[in-house]
Design a protein around this ligand. Sequence first.
Ligand SMILES: Nc1nc2c(ncn2[C@@H]2O[C@H](COP(=O)(O)OP(=O)(O)OP(=O)(O)O)[C@@H](O)[C@H]2O)c(=O)[nH]1
Ligand SMILES: [Mg+2]
Length: 321
Amino acid sequence: MWACGPRANLIRVYKKRKRKRKEQSSESEREKGRSRRTRSTGDSPLTPPRRRPIEEDDRLNPTYALSTPYQARKYPSFVDSLTIKGIPQTQLYAATGVVLLTIFFFLLVRLFKRTKPNTVVLTGLSGSGKTVIFYQLRDGSSHQGTVTSMEPNEGTFVLHSEINKKGKTKPVHIVDVPGHSRLRPKLDEFLPQAAGIVFVVDALEFLPNCRAASEYLYDILTKAIVVKKKIPVLILCNKVDKVTAHTKEFIRKQLEKEIDKLRASRTAVSEADVSNEYSLGVPGEVFAFSQCQNKVTVAEASGLTGEISQLEQFVREHVKA
Ligand SMILES: Nc1nc2c(ncn2[C@@H]2O[C@H](COP(=O)(O)OP(=O)(O)OP(=O)(O)O)[C@@H](O)[C@H]2O)c(=O)[nH]1
Ligand SMILES: [Mg+2]
């Protein structure tokens, strides 16, 4: 039953106002609470809930520092020092190390390749046939006559006999040093790069020149660079196309005998002589080329007719294709 009358009306109005007041007060309570929270953080109400603050231990732990973008934003300098585009520093160090090591290795290989000698020096008395041999090696021709050379003849080329050869052929640097006594010091310029020395002997006119040839050969065999680097020497008995030419065995024995005599005379003055830094052979024994520290071999050739196969074999043995 609904109450009616002025009293009932008053009670209804009173209750209605009371309900309204209650609603208003709860609304303002909520508003107050929200504004209190905002004041205490200083962030906008849209800020995501705060994470656990980073502690000192966390800073030392890169995985933690990198684990969340929030922390990465919080400590940018620290994170920058650890990563480049998200790659950990340890990996960067390892990659840099590998790159540097590879570069170093390639440089070493190139250096080693460059220092490997590919020069063969032709030397010997004037008129022994060096220039004719040089032309034979390069062009496969004697060029029909030569004159006494006044300066070294040199060139880097693929041996003429190998031009049509299939497969690998390496160019060789050949130097023909004139035999004139004034030009002989030029030899020293080429010895540091020498892979081999060819000492050309005139097998036709050998006996009259035996002493001079032995002296020159002695000087070469006692050069410090030749001994230390053990540069192989080929004694090439040239002009064997003539029947009167001496054999390589005869020439070898005569040279050994002559060098043995020279050794005896030169040892007496060797204390004051600084040009011959190394003595030859075994003291108290007759000299033989086999006693030399470097390999000394003897071969025959004819520059005029192009019979130079033994010389080419020596070149290929010491300058690998
Ligand atoms: N019969 C014969 N003669 C040769 C041979 N090789 C060279 N000759 C001759 O020997 C002479 C000297 O030859 P070169 O090649 O000029 O001698 P070289 O050793 O270069 O002399 P220099 O330049 O003075 O040190 C030339 O007249 C050549 O024709 C050969 O194999 N047989
Ligand atoms: Mg010459």
